[in-house]
Design a protein. Structure first.
Ligand code: ADP
Length: 281
């Protein structure tokens, strides 16, 4: 079906006897922004890594991953052209996003490599239109002043914004973000989530973002897929995933998802399921 960005059927994955995914099936339409929620170890990262072929599922009939209508893996075997498929899929991880010793600009231009002839890629001789595109992408996320700094000198939030710029330069149609705000302060987290939401809303990019806590799913993602011990235990509107439901699904693990107790003033006093929807600036 053309309108599906992500299709997953009966995905199982075990690591040395630990079953990380147990028969996961999921469909995400193009243009959706979906939160992947779950406590540590529930399988979020493992699922995301299957979507761009970084992990192979256990062999088994019926297991399949398709992204933008193209098979990434089937029955535990990767598609031959899996590298080419990654051109349209951007991965934003919690860490290891950028090459530390290279300037931010070069990291962002890496998003253009799949469009360039090999000699340009090897010599890092980028044509002017790609340089302009990269600069505009940095402007869009508000870090153009850092363009020629080494990536290692950026803060965590700025690094994630650089990774979003790279996805823009890549002209990705799907963004897979694995806990992109896990180690950021609240303001940087909001900024990064706003930018992902902007990509989704303004450019129609499909975003699947794993989150450790439910607060940002409420603010930015209309749909949530919740995992527990490698199984999908909820798939539906985020607004219906209230605290009692989280407790029913996760038991004592729900505390991890609801976040730390908030200070007793202002908006922080509200429970996550009462937070107003934040719109991207
Ligand atoms: P989450 O992203 O929700 O924190 P993960 O997908 O990282 O969860 O992990 C799911 C389960 O799979 C955990 O039990 C984890 O220990 C295990 N696991 C994940 N990756 C590996 C790996 N490379 N080797 C061994 N076990 C792994």
């Amino acid at each position: 079906m053309d309108h599906l960005a992500i299709e997953v059927e009966s995905l199982c994955k075990s690591f040395n006897g630990t079953q990380a995914l147990r028969g996961v099936s999921l469909r995400v339409a193009q243009g959706e922004m979906v939160a992947l929620l779950g406590a540590s170890g529930s399988g979020k990262s493992t699922l995301l890594r299957h979507l761009n072929g970084l992990h192979r599922a256990d062999a088994g009939p019926g297991s399949m991953v398709r992204v933008l209508g193209r098979t990434v893996q089937s029955g535990g075997l990767l598609a031959r052209d899996v590298r080419a498929q990654r051109a349209e899929v951007a991965a934003i991880f919690q860490q290891f996003n950028l090459v530390d010793r290279l300037p931010v600009m070069v990291n962002v231009l890496a998003g253009a490599l799949h469009r360039l002839p090999m000699w340009r890629a090897l010599l890092r001789r980028f044509p002017e239109n790609e340089l302009n595109r990269a600069y505009q992408a940095l402007q869009r996320v508000g870090i153009e002043r850092c363009a020629w700094q080494r990536a290692s000198t950026l803060s965590g939030g700025q690094q994630q914004r650089a990774a979003i710029s790279r996805a823009l330069v890549q002209q990705a149609r799907v963004v897979l973000a694995d806990e992109p705000i896990a180690s950021l302060d609240p303001e940087s987290s909001r900024r990064v989530m706003s930018l992902l939401a902007e990509l989704n809303r303004e450019l129609g990019v499909t975003v699947l973002v794993s989150l450790h806590q439910v607060e940002h799913a409420f603010a930015f993602c209309p749909r949530t897929v919740a995992l527990r011990a490698g199984e999908i235990v909820y798939d539906g509107p985020t607004r219906e995933l209230d605290a009692p439901r989280l407790r029913a699904l996760y038991g004592t693990q729900s505390d991890e998802l609801l976040g730390p107790p908030q200070p007793a003033d202002g908006i922080a006093q509200a429970q996550p399921w009462q937070l107003p929807v934040l719109h991207a600036a």
